[in-house]
Ligand binder design. Structure first.
Ligand code: NAD
Length: 260
């Protein structure tokens, strides 16, 4: 950001092209968010443990690589994550927008989920939000502008319909971590919000039988599954210049499955 001076006095600050980092951007909602932010003129770094998928998605947005780049990292591994953020920073500078989207969807019963599986899923779905926000938000705070958007879930609000207790508990943790960071960063022009989707048609549902999908759709008040682009549009809005008064919020994108 710079404030050039002219002979007639100061001119309005020039906003340099914002940089966004989107995790889990190889497919599904994350890929749609990367596309939406890119369409809105941001440079987008797509982080995913599926480096090939992230690379293909980045190429589809910008074959030249000037405004879309892929970084391969497992968000459950803090050291790998740190190196990936450094790679983005050395290419384009510290991200102005962070979208914590990567997560593993897992089923299971509260009575028999293995403790190792509990810990592993917490590292991927919850601790990663802490690690990535700590890596990216201090630079946003210094610059006086930033957006952090965390993908939560209806499961974190009401318990999982299909997803297991570890997934639901991790997403509930994401909701409260959103508020903790929002309070910390509010005075510095950095907003932190959660988007809570439900029943959005992504590759994660591809293995479910058609009949089960049809029965689920019937229970959604809107009468159909959501589209990744419908989540991405909201994330794009939250990442914008004129949303500085929205912070610590949870915004639902669930076709009416949960109304507060
Ligand atoms: N689809 C839904 O209906 C729905 C509902 C509620 C919440 N969500 C949330 O929205 C987000 C996106 O969901 P989706 O349906 O697009 O999921 P998806 O499984 O289709 O895509 C997830 C992406 O994250 C990546 N990823 C997973 N674990 C990773 C790790 N450890 N490190 C780096 N990348 C990793 C995957 O490779 C994949 O590209 C998730 O946070 C999910 O919990 C989705």
């Amino acid at each position: 950001m710079s404030t050039p001076q002219s002979s007639t006095g100061p001119v309005p600050a020039v906003v340099e092209r914002r940089v966004a980092l989107v995790t889990g951007a190889a497919r599904g909602i994350g890929a749609a968010i990367a596309g939406e932010l890119h369409r809105r003129g941001l440079r987008v770094a797509l982080m995913d443990q599926d480096g090939t998928g992230a690379h293909a998605r980045a190429k589809s947005l910008d074959p030249g690589g000037d405004s879309a780049m892929a970084v391969s990292a497992d968000v459950g591994d803090p050291e790998e994550t740190r190196r990936a953020v450094e790679a983005v920073t050395s290419a384009w500078g510290r991200p102005d927008v962070l979208v914590n989207n990567a997560a593993r969807t897992a089923a299971g019963s509260v009575w028999d989920v293995e403790l190792d599986e509990w810990d592993a899923l917490m590292a991927t779905n919850l601790r990663s939000v802490l690690v990535l926000t700590r890596l990216c938000a201090p630079a946003m705070r210094e610059r006086g502008w930033g957006r952090v958007i965390n993908l939560a879930s209806l499961a974190g609000q009401q318990g999982g319909l299909v997803a297991g207790p570890h997934y639901a508990a991790a997403k509930a943790g994401v909701l409260v971590l959103t508020k903790v960071f929002a309070q910390e960063l509010a005075p510095y022009g950095v907003t932190v919000n959660a988007v809570a989707p439900a029943a959005v048609r992504t590759p994660v549902m591809d293995d479910l039988p058609a009949e089960a999908l049809r029965r689920t759709a019937e229970r959604i008040p809107v009468g159909r599954f959501g589209r990744p682009e419908e989540v991405a549009g909201l994330v794009g809005h939250l990442a914008g210049e004129d949303t500085g008064y929205i912070t610590g919020a949870t915004l639902d994108v669930n076709g009416g499955l949960f109304m507060r």
